[in-house]
Design a protein around this ligand. Structure first.
Ligand code: GDP
Ligand code: MG
Length: 441
């Protein structure tokens, strides 16, 4: 497995330390192979590996997992981020009718997906949906959609023999306006990307129907060619999203990464079967695990990271309970927060820490808060740092001057230290952080 292969790479690196560039590069060679095996397109692999390398170099090695496992986790997180960490729904909150146009290669699953989405919008979204097939090339394509419409209890535009796609689109829009449909779904003809005539037809349809969503439907088994498919379609029409079909098969899903990288558009749904309920919102985390084949390792590393945070917090709590938590410890904590971008869920519940975290996440300016706090602590005498209770009004003024801050800010810092000490003592009484963690699940 990838994890084992990475184990070999990292044999030299033991215990705690930082991941160095040479080690990370060696590991990334294995990651690269894994991605290519999952059918991620080569140029996308290159770009991705560069990004992940940058993220991994310099990270501290966790003591309870191997560096190889840790790299898998870093790569996994970068994958999830690139696949789209946020869930992305259809954007059809417009004055009705909203128009959704489906495009893609022949046999990619457009017609099936059209019916699946229509069914979902009807049942879950309570929308009144009209489907229209613009496929006048494939024999019985329009009938196929009509049949699916009956199965899904979704209306389809009546078939008019001999009518061309642009005219069908216009008729669908008109019917939708007259009959009060919320959504019109246009299922276009399958095409091969080399077929310029069909590309022109697709553009003409997009022009007359001004779709709110143009979804590119792609078979997840599309390998290295996914990049070309994505390119040729996104060059012709303004795509708004991607649907990846046949995720119920054994494709590892590398096409997802390729599509996302090339189009820059979110993957909105995954097709998971031939039946009409075989459609799910796209889940980046699940697909990332599938691409790497490493779901277990990822959760292992997550747990390890959590444990270490608990251990560190426990040590700190012990210090606090003994009244030893001083300004030096607070400074160490602040610096750690700066490094880690926050203290993790558990410590984040503590008063003070939570405030700083919130302040930090609310804007760029707030990054400076930690710097200012650090400056204030630096302006304290060693005695003030170990015994903050001696800081009286006069000392506060001196500290504020020395750090270029205000007495108000010094007060806030002292209050935060006070609140953290109190909270830690309480938690200690309740059986420590581990007990608290178990309580929270
Ligand atoms: P189109 O040419 O792009 O319109 O493709 P179709 O919608 O006609 O689908 C082609 C074939 O793929 C049909 O047999 C579908 O049942 C099948 N299909 C579509 N989506 C999925 C999916 O998510 N999973 C599976 N297993 N089959 C699918
Ligand atoms: Mg079709």
């Amino acid at each position: 497995s990838l994890s084992e292969r990475l184990g070999g790479v990292f044999d030299r690196l033991r215990g705690r330390g930082a991941l160095n560039e040479a080690d990370v590069r060696a590991a990334m060679r294995e990651v690269r192979i894994a991605l290519l095996e999952a059918d991620v397109a080569l140029p996308v692999v290159r770009e991705f590996v560069d990004k992940a390398t940058e993220k991994a170099v310099g990270q501290q090695v966790l003591k309870s997992v191997t560096p190889g496992q840790q790299v898998v986790k870093i790569v996994n997180d970068a994958l999830v981020e690139m696949l789209g960490a946020e869930a992305s729904d259809l954007d059809i909150d417009v004055t009705p009718p909203a128009v959704i146009m489906m495009v893609g290669l022949q046999g990619s699953g457009k017609t099936t997906t059209t019916a699946k989405i229509a069914k979902r919008l009807t049942e879950k979204g309570r929308k009144k949906v009209l489907m229209a097939s613009l496929d006048v090339n494939r024999p019985a394509a329009q009938e196929q959609l009509a049949t699916l419409g009956t199965q899904a209890s979704v209306a389809t535009l009546p078939i008019v023999a001999g009518q061309q796609p642009v005219d069908i689109a216009k008729r669908a829009l008109q019917a939708a306006k007259l009959q009060g449909f919320d959504v019109v779904m246009l299922d276009t003809a399958g095409r091969l990307h080399v077929d310029q005539a069909l590309m022109e037809e697709m553009k003409a349809v997009a022009e007359v129907s001004a779709p709110h969503e143009i979804l590119l439907v792609v078979d997840s088994l599309t390998g290295q060619d996914a990049v070309n498919v994505a390119k040729s379609f996104s060059e012709q029409v303004p795509l708004t999203g991607v649907v990846l079909t046949r995720m119920d098969g054994d494709a590892r899903g590398g096409a997802a990464l390729s599509m996302r990288a090339v189009t820059g558009k979110p993957i909105k749904f995954a097709g998971t079967g031939e039946k009409l309920d075989g459609l799910e919102p796209f889940q980046p985390a699940r697909v990332a695990g599938r691409i790497l084949g490493m779901g277990d390792v990822v959760s292992l590393v997550e747990k390890a990271a959590e444990t270490i945070k608990v251990e560190e917090a426990e040590a700190l709590a012990a210090k606090m309970a003994k009244g030893l938590f001083d300004m030096n410890d607070l400074r160490a904590q602040l610096n750690q927060m700066k490094r880690m971008g926050g203290l993790g869920a558990l410590a984040g519940m503590l008063p003070g820490v939570k405030q700083v975290k919130q302040a930090m996440s609310s804007g760029a300016v707030d990054d400076k808060i930690l710097v200012r706090m650090d400056a204030m602590i630096s302006s304290m005498t060693p005695k003030e740092r170990t015994k903050p209770e001696i800081i009286n009004a006069k000392r506060k003024i001196r500290i504020a001057k020395g750090s270029g801050t205000t007495v108000q800010e010094v007060n806030k810092l002292l209050k935060m230290h006070q609140e953290m000490s109190t909270a830690m003592k309480k938690i200690r009484k309740m059986g420590g952080l581990k007990g608290l963690g178990a309580l929270l699940g």
